[in-house]
Ligand binder design. Structure first.
Ligand code: ASP
Length: 336
């Protein structure tokens, strides 16, 4: 067979989630049961690619952990080294945005890694799993997906792992890339990219893949006394992300706790609105962005608290210093 007519090879890893959940006989509620082979079986015989499928886990994505992410990353890297043109990861939608961002940070290959799942399980009318999986395979096999890093194919949209968020608990259009918008649309089996490939920051390599220190998100809001943050710091957290108000503001009490904790602990301030960047120099009250920056906190820029936690955790697993944490958040959180 000439190389031009060779069918692309795509590797598929199934990790569980609604796409693989059905109730057992006589049961009312869906739990993970289907394997990667079962999911592909639903697509029939007509795929225009070769597929190598493996079931790596069968979990609800609420139970996703870094060990499973690192295992999946290693598996995907091996698949590409062995000749796969693209990789598809199938998992639950609840934490899919975090998996997508973890791969965006750590995926070092030109081949795309495409994540998908489903909102309606296979026992429901209009289950969306097969269409989402087919779209993900199509994106993974498309040469125009190369160099685009981590992608999410869902409801015929293609989102960048850099921006995607789960934005609805039940609609089949559950994902949004607001404000950047999707990267592409899948229609009639073709991927329509809206923009050329953009440069991505270098992949982070984990020097301590077993790093398991606690890196919590602490949300600010009414009655934000700082006590919860102080308790967590005393308990020995390795870093903290504050889901702060507005453009990156906390209460005066929390500002006092942060000042005492710095410079020993990496503290990142992200905006809890989930849209818009953190500020750098608008306000000057106690707990304002300029007060916190003067103390040495790292501002998350456009990264929301969940993505900030993924980035901070991953950086700590690379052994990053406070200075490196600041530099990486500037690189990955700001558009500049
Ligand atoms: N509701 C979830 C899903 O959409 C369950 C999970 O995330 O595992 O797959």
């Amino acid at each position: 067979m000439s190389s031009e007519s060779r069918r692309p090879l795509v590797a598929v890893a199934a990790l569980g989630g609604t796409i693989s959940m059905v109730p057992g006989d006589g049961e009312d509620h869906a739990v993970p049961r289907l394997t990667a082979a079962d999911l592909l079986g639903e697509l029939g015989e007509n795929l225009e690619m070769d597929v190598h499928a493996e079931t790596l886990a069968g979990i609800s994505s609420a139970s996703m952990d870094f060990a499973t992410l690192v295992k999946t990353l290693d598996w995907a890297a091996r698949a590409v080294a062995e000749g796969a043109e693209g990789v598809v990861v199938v998992q639950g939608t609840d934490t899919l945005e975090e998996t997508a961002y973890f791969f965006e940070l750590t995926w070092a290959f030109e081949a795309p890694i495409v994540i998908t799942g489903a909102m309606r399980n296979p026992s429901l009318p209009s289950a969306d799993g097969p269409a989402n999986l087919l779209a993900a395979l199509t994106v993974a096999a498309d040469p125009r997906s190369r160099g685009r890093g981590s992608l999410v194919a869902f409801n015929d949209d293609v989102h960048a792992g850099r921006w995607v968020r789960k934005a609805h608990s039940s609609h089949v259009e559950a994902f949004s890339s607001n404000p950047a918008g999707p990267l592409a649309l899948v229609s009639e089996g073709l991927v329509h990219y809206f923009h050329p490939v953009a440069a991505r920051p270098p992949a982070l390599s984990l020097v301590d893949a077993d790093f398991s220190g606690l890196v919590p998100i602490v949300e600010s809001g009414v009655e934000d006394t700082g006590e919860l943050l102080e308790t967590l710091i005393k308990a020995g957290v390795k870093g903290v992300v504050l889901a702060a108000n507005g453009g990156g503001h906390v209460s005066a009490g929390t500002a006092d706790v942060i000042e005492r904790a710095l410079p020993g602990l990496p503290i990142v301030v992200a905006g809890r609105t989930g849209a818009g960047p953190t500020f750098r120099g608008t306000y000057g009250f106690r707990g304002s962005e300029s007060d916190l920056i003067a103390m040495g906190v790292t501002m998350a820029g456009w990264l929301d608290p969940r993505k900030s936690r993924l980035l901070l955790h991953t950086l700590l697993a690379t052994g990053a210093s406070r200075e490196r944490v600041e530099a990486e958040f500037r690189l990955r959180g700001d558009l500049t």
